[in-house]
Write a new protein. Structure first.
Length: 96
């Protein structure tokens, strides 16, 4: 099967729905068949499939405590800075 030029664009615009399970069986089959005859699209689809799989796996692995601590500290610093900004703005609005 040879890839049709217009087919590649259609495949690539549907790829997100394909991975999200939003396409009907016929549309999924069309993507699979297209990729069997189009090495360029096959590379893209396979790469995205691998990436999606890695992202799903990463969501099941707990963060190391050092990363969690840095994230909490960063959020705390941002909240403290915002509170200081809000407090400073309140002083400026106060009557003299």
């Amino acid at each position: 099967m040879t890839a049709r030029p217009g087919g590649c664009k259609q495949i690539l615009t549907s790829i997100s729905a394909y991975f999200d399970g939003e396409l009907d069986a016929a549309s999924c089959d069309a993507i699979v068949q297209h990729c069997q005859g189009c090495p360029g699209c096959a590379v893209v689809v396979d790469g995205l499939r691998e990436t999606v799989g890695l992202c799903r796996q990463a969501g099941t692995v707990p963060l190391p405590e050092s990363v969690r601590r840095r994230a909490r500290d960063s959020v705390r610093r941002l909240l403290d800075a915002e509170a200081e900004t809000d407090a400073g703005a309140g002083r400026q609005d106060a009557p003299s």
